[in-house]
Write a protein that binds this ligand. Structure first.
Ligand code: ADP
Length: 259
């Protein structure tokens, strides 16, 4: 823990003797949780503010004048739509996060074949993969099974693959590998994009932490994907992390119990 502890102390003198009773509570953890909650509320408000002001300003412009000019009205309304979509992504990520944290995301752990889920997740990203001319490859033995909730694992894979595709430049490579390691399975999602510098590596799993906030927002990111992913993996008894890929790019790994 931190080198200094915050304590709350109360002293009371005893009626029967000269002594004092001092009760000391260590409130370090409580204060840390309070500070995190305050930060979170501030972050959420900040994230909501931008799309809401774009929606307001553009709607006003259309009502006031642009309605006479269909061409520019369309442009303003397209921005309204984009920002409304952004708000609904944010709200749905926030709801996921609070459900998982409250333990309300009922996990149904079962023998789950990895390859089929990887395949399905890549299919869901087909449009982006084609648009950006990404080379996607699956190197997973069809026999590999993990003890996991298939729906949660699919969301995990989808989030990692979505990031890999999103942050890798046009023409880049995205690969999924899986291998048994004793009674565990290590699933890896690799890309040959810009990678993540060491000082950011530990923090990207925090809510709203982004290496490049402008770029993430531009790409429609909420900054919550990896923290949801981490929660899901840990709820299934697994671990998640990131390493540099060689010669370049990122390697995200997920370790889950084998089935
Ligand atoms: P976002 O919605 O911003 O993508 P995430 O929680 O999914 O939020 O990711 C957090 C940050 O981690 C991103 O903003 C990005 O800076 C970084 N990141 C995630 N995946 C990759 C990747 N494959 N390559 C490079 N950077 C990544």
């Amino acid at each position: 823990g931190p080198p200094f502890r915050k304590v709350l102390a109360r002293a009371a003198s005893l009626r029967s003797s000269e002594g004092l009773v001092i009760v000391v509570h260590d409130i370090t953890e409580m204060r840390r949780v309070e500070a995190m909650r305050r930060d979170f509320v501030a972050n959420v408000s900040h994230e909501l503010r931008t799309p809401v002001s774009v929606i307001r300003a553009n709607t006003e412009t259309v009502i006031d004048s642009a309605i006479e000019d269909p061409e520019s009205a369309r442009r303003f309304l397209e921005a309204v739509l984009r920002n409304a979509e952004r708000l609904s992504r944010l709200i749905s990520d926030l709801l996921d996060l609070s459900r998982i944290e409250a333990g309300e995301y009922a996990l149904d752990v079962d023998a789950t074949p990895v390859r089929a889920l990887v395949h399905r997740s890549l299919e869901a990203l087909e449009a982006q993969i084609e648009d950006r001319d990404i080379h996607a490859a699956i190197d997973v033995d069809p026999d590999i099974e993990v003890a996991a909730d298939p729906r949660a694992l699919e969301q995990v894979l989808l989030n990692l693959l979505d990031n890999a595709v999103k942050y890798t430049p046009t023409g880049g490579h995205v690969t999924v590998r899986a291998e048994g390691e004793g009674d565990e399975v290590r699933i890896e999602v690799l890309d040959d994009g810009p990678g993540i510098k060491p000082k950011h590596r530990a923090r990207i799993f925090e809510r709203f932490y982004r290496v490049d906030p402008g770029r993430s927002r531009e790409m429609g990111g909420t900054g919550l994907g990896l923290s949801i992913t981490k929660h899901l993996v840990e709820a299934m008894g697994g671990r998640i992390g990131v390493e540099p890929a060689l010669p370049r790019g990122s390697l995200f790994f997920v370790i889950l119990p084998a089935s």
